[in-house]
Design a protein around this ligand. Structure first.
Ligand SMILES: NC(=O)c1ccc[n+]([C@@H]2O[C@H](COP(=O)([O-])OP(=O)(O)OC[C@H]3O[C@@H](n4cnc5c(N)ncnc54)[C@H](OP(=O)(O)O)[C@@H]3O)[C@@H](O)[C@H]2O)c1
Length: 382
């Protein structure tokens, strides 16, 4: 079986991918940075154990190495590098800073652009002609463009064309890969993800990104100020493109299993979910009434509404958009046996139902903030 090398391996998407690879008997090399408290190895095993709810984790085919993403040769010993990058392999570059604030610009660019440059250098030193590199990007590298975001390269642009430095850094990083392909004739691909959510079948959601970050903020608010009505500056008809983790993993498994894959693939949902459905779900799941108001002015907001609007600076950027992604390349990947149901619709469950299930699971795992009143689902304070 082919060897799969993955960096940023302890992250949300990469660790779920690794879990699936191990269950399918692939040999996996995980590159993880150690933390103050835990070694790279401990961090990897901890996250795999969490995914499997502390049940048996199949790890005999897994090898974990500590590395330093932006240091020359990942600060690894030459014999380790030769061992890791020997023979035929697929290398998936997941490591990224998902920060978005202006203050973190250097960290975002350093991790997302210098990180892939360094990965490409290491890859090019060792890869044989059959090996492949996959750069995990974001569908939001589309920035503020309107119209269909195709599975092709787009030119670099200045920050005004993007919602934040994260989006811009990923566009730049894609073009670093493009130039490397042209200059070094390497076999490299781009995979763009939209907002990755929980499991479409079980509802299990172990990420607090995007709409779950929003749900977490509302949960905290609902406990501090129970039973309030809060208006949010949100277009109820605008949409969120949510791609369930099981479908992302399935698509990644399709890339591993397919010899010739397109250069760029958008892993995005066919159907986006309207904000009004997300807000309705959140309102049903906690004692707060959220009313989306498209043209809510700051001056008309109550102090509570202003508080919410400040805390939503990131989510807010994504709240009034309707993006369209082309998925022809992704759709052309052959299916894998055992994964027949690609679309939620085929499972008899709509995107809205699946999103509700995920929010229900996620909210159920949130700790009640200290000192707040306990609130039952029907809003009574206990
Ligand atoms: N989640 C989404 O909705 C989404 C959407 C679009 C695209 N993506 C892309 O998908 C990929 C994975 O995202 P995710 O949601 O799984 O993110 P995640 O859970 O935050 O994982 C990010 C990974 O990158 C590593 N990393 C960050 N900075 C690093 C550095 N300076 N050096 C080495 N490693 C570093 C993290 O390691 P530490 O744990 O040590 O920090 C972690 O392993 C990213 O490239 C992201 O841009 C994700």
């Amino acid at each position: 079986m082919k060897k799969i090398i993955i960096n940023g391996a302890n992250g949300y998407v990469a660790s779920n991918f690794i879990n699936s690879l191990l269950n399918t008997n692939y040999q996996v090399i995980a590159l993880v940075r150690g933390s103050k408290k835990l070694s790279a190895n401990e961090r990897m095993f901890k996250v795999l154990s969490e995914i499997n709810d502390a049940e048996y984790v199949r790890t005999c085919q897994l090898k974990v190495y500590a590395y330093s993403l932006t240091e020359e040769n990942f600060s690894m010993a030459e014999e380790d590098l030769q061992d890791i990058f020997s023979g035929e392999f697929d290398y998936y570059h997941f490591a990224a800073s998902l920060k978005y604030d202006r203050k973190s610009k250097n960290e975002i660019f350093g991790t997302n652009i210098d990180g892939i440059k360094n990965s490409l250098d290491v890859y090019a030193r060792y890869a044989n002609s059959k090996s492949r590199l996959f750069f995990i990007s974001t569908a939001y590298s589309c920035g503020r463009m309107s119209g269909l975001f195709e599975e092709k390269f787009y030119d670099n642009d200045n920050i005004s064309a993007f919602r934040n430095y994260y989006e811009q850094s990923k566009r730049y990083a894609e073009n670093v890969v493009k130039n490397y392909i042209e200059e070094h004739q390497i076999n490299a691909h781009i995979i763009r993800l939209s907002q990755v959510v929980g499991d479409s079948k079980t509802g299990i959601t172990k990420t607090d990104y995007g709409i779950f970050d929003f749900a977490k903020r509302m949960f905290s608010l609902a406990h501090r100020y129970p039973n309030q009505t809060v208006r949010l500056k949100v277009d109820p008809e605008a949409t969120q493109n949510l791609i369930p983790i099981d479908i992302v993993v399935h698509n990644l498994m399709r890339t591993v299993a397919t010899e010739k894959v397109p250069t760029i693939m958008n892993f995005t949902a066919k159907k986006s979910v309207k904000n009004q459905h997300i807000i309705r779900a959140v309102t049903q799941l906690m004692p707060i009434k959220i009313v989306p108001v498209e043209n809510l002015k700051k001056d008309d907001m109550s102090p509570l509404e202003r508080l919410v609007s400040v805390g939503m600076s990131f989510t807010g950027n994504y709240i009034n958009i309707n993006l369209h992604f082309d998925t022809k390349n992704t759709d052309s990947l052959p299916r894998i046996n055992g994964y027949q149901n690609l679309n939620n619709e085929h499972q008899g469950i709509s995107e809205e139902q699946s999103t509700y299930k995920m929010l229900e699971y996620f909210i159920g795992t949130l700790p009640v903030p200290k000192g707040s009143k306990t609130i039952s689902k029907d809003g009574a304070t206990v």
